[in-house]
Design a protein around this ligand. Structure first.
Ligand code: ADP
Length: 236
């Protein structure tokens, strides 16, 4: 496997706070990586750096070996989905999913085909004309995922995408999201503070603590050879 994304020695400070402290991370082609750690450890800041939304104090980001540190977000062709990723209330499900494609100038028939494909992928094939205020929380997040995937991003980043849903629904949806990401083959970064969620969705985990990645590997690696007691306790 070849490494597509490389975060190299990135440091981000907010005044006295060191949000990211010399962070290194690679993502291979088609790999799903969970960024796991307690609240405030720097997970969202790391995603924002990769997305191009957060300037760095030191270090850079490479894509396919090319330094994209100064490339504006829209040229990176990365998809980003948040916890409360609001759908456009005045548009139906199909138009929500097709929104980015319309903005990118895709023609109508190509948009229709892609929207159908994406709704099929997230298991909502009959929802094209559904109004978004008639969706359950889980359905809304599936639509948001379809909307993020529609423009064929070369990397997808999800920031606590299921955080606002109840536990039962989360457990079900996280497995579905893992399968959907597998199916697309698009490399992904999945931010969560919940190690069960991370394990359900990703093969690799980068465990963070106070701005640093303390260990990277599979969950089995982390459990078998934890870097320290804190890691052992966190993944137990
Ligand atoms: P996480 O996503 O793991 O909860 P964040 O990346 O949001 O963590 O935050 C990491 C640290 O940086 C925290 O201490 C947070 O308070 C701080 N931080 C994040 N964004 C800002 C900002 N825009 N201004 C000041 N401090 C920030």
């Amino acid at each position: 496997m070849t490494s597509v994304l490389e975060v190299r020695s990135v440091t981000v400070r907010f005044g006295e706070t060191i949000a990211l402290d010399d962070v290194n991370l690679t993502v291979e082609s088609g790999e799903e990586v969970a960024i796991l750690g307690p609240s405030g450890c720097g997970k969202s800041t790391l995603l924002r750096v990769v997305a191009g939304l957060q300037p760095v104090d030191e270090g850079t980001v490479l894509w396919d070996g090319e330094d994209i540190g100064s490339m504006p977000p829209h040229l990176r062709i990365f998809g980003l989905m948040f916890q409360d990723d609001a759908l456009f209330p005045h548009l139906d499900v199909g138009d929500n999913v097709g929104f980015g494609l319309k903005m990118a100038g895709w023609d109508r028939s190509r948009i229709r085909t892609r929207v159908e494909e994406m709704l099929d992928l997230v298991g909502l094939e009959d929802f094209v004309e559904r109004s978004v205020d008639r969706l359950s929380g889980g359905e809304a997040q599936r639509v948001a995922l379809a909307r993020t995937l529609a423009p064929e991003p070369r990397l997808i980043m999800l920031d606590e995408p299921l955080g606002s849903l109840d536990r039962l629904l989360r457990d079900r949806l996280v497995v579905d999201i893992g399968k959907i990401l597998d199916e697309t083959g698009i490399p992904s970064l999945y931010v969560t503070h919940d190690h069960e969620e991370a394990e359900a969705v990703a093969q690799t985990v980068a465990l963070m603590r106070t701005g640093r990645i303390v260990q990277t590997g599979t969950f089995d690696d982390l459990r078998a050879n934890p870097a320290d007691q804190w890691v052992a306790d966190f993944v137990r």
